[in-house]
Write a protein that binds this ligand. Structure first.
Ligand code: HEC
Length: 220
């Protein structure tokens, strides 16, 4: 045994007899109320009430949660599981979102662009005119001089929002159709909507790099 062990006060207590321990406890608990009195059985009725809750909860989960299946809260889903119809997305709402996200920085929130750098979309003949030319510009991008409302712009380039060789934002046809519909009908522009199918048909002509004005003018 090391000298440290022999100094341990707990070894001293080991010398106490059972009697001395019992009498010490009796002394300590003298004058205290009966401790057992603090433990009362809960009323039996509560046991039934809580069992009732648990039963109700179980039944409720079983009846209404659809086994926690992810499809169960899909509002497009029938009870039988058949999809009724695609959700109706207002193209102008989606288009505005896309515009604010991606076009606004250059063409400005009011669609007026920036003089000599970014051409305006308001009353632009490219926006309100040929659908194909407009789709081409946004799908594949544009570079080089372009005349918009009598002014020539050639300083910057217009990025591609579809899929082009070597990049592009790769937006869906639906998003492109929506943003084009939006710019054709915002700020007093009154051209017709552009259908997603029209964008799809144009895209199917194949990938290409950005357009120049002369090529665009060859499109109907
Ligand atoms: C990085 C700046 C930039 C962004 C972002 C941008 N554009 Fe452009 N856009 C241009 C420039 C620059 C031109 C002119 C290109 C040229 O000079 O060849 C242009 C031209 C156009 C034109 C043809 C000219 C006109 O004013 O009518 C249209 C239409 C157009 N952009 C629509 C859009 C749409 C829609 C978006 C968003 C999906 C968008 N642009 C995002 C810079 C941008």
């Amino acid at each position: 045994m090391s000298s440290q062990d022999s100094n341990d006060p707990r070894l001293e207590q080991a010398a106490a007899t059972d009697d001395s321990i019992i009498s010490a406890h009796e002394k300590a608990s003298e004058g205290r109320p009966d401790v057992d009195g603090n433990y009362r059985l809960i009323p039996l009725v509560l046991l039934f009430v809580f069992s009732g809750f648990i039963f109700f909860g179980g039944t409720y989960l079983h009846r209404y949660t659809g086994y926690f299946s992810p499809e169960i809260f899909d509002e497009r889903q029938h009870a039988g599981g058949a999809v009724t119809e695609a959700p109706q997305i207002d193209p102008v709402v989606l288009g505005k979102k896309q515009y604010d996200l991606a076009c606004m920085t250059c063409h400005m929130p009011n669609g007026q662009g920036l003089p000599t750098v970014y051409p305006p979309l308001v009353e632009s003949e490219w926006v309100t005119g040929s659908e194909k030319r407009l789709i081409a510009i946004v799908l594949h991008g544009l570079k080089g001089p372009i005349t918009v409302k009598g002014n020539v712009y050639s300083v910057a380039a217009m990025p591609a929002f579809g899929q082009v060789a070597g990049g592009g934002y790769n937006w869906s046809d639906q998003k492109i159709a929506a943003v084009l519909t939006y710019i054709r009908q915002e700020w007093g522009n009154t051209a017709g909507a552009i259908e997603t199918a029209t964008v799809t048909a144009f895209r199917e002509r194949g990938d290409r790099k950005e357009w120049i004005e002369a090529e665009l003018l060859e499109l109907p």
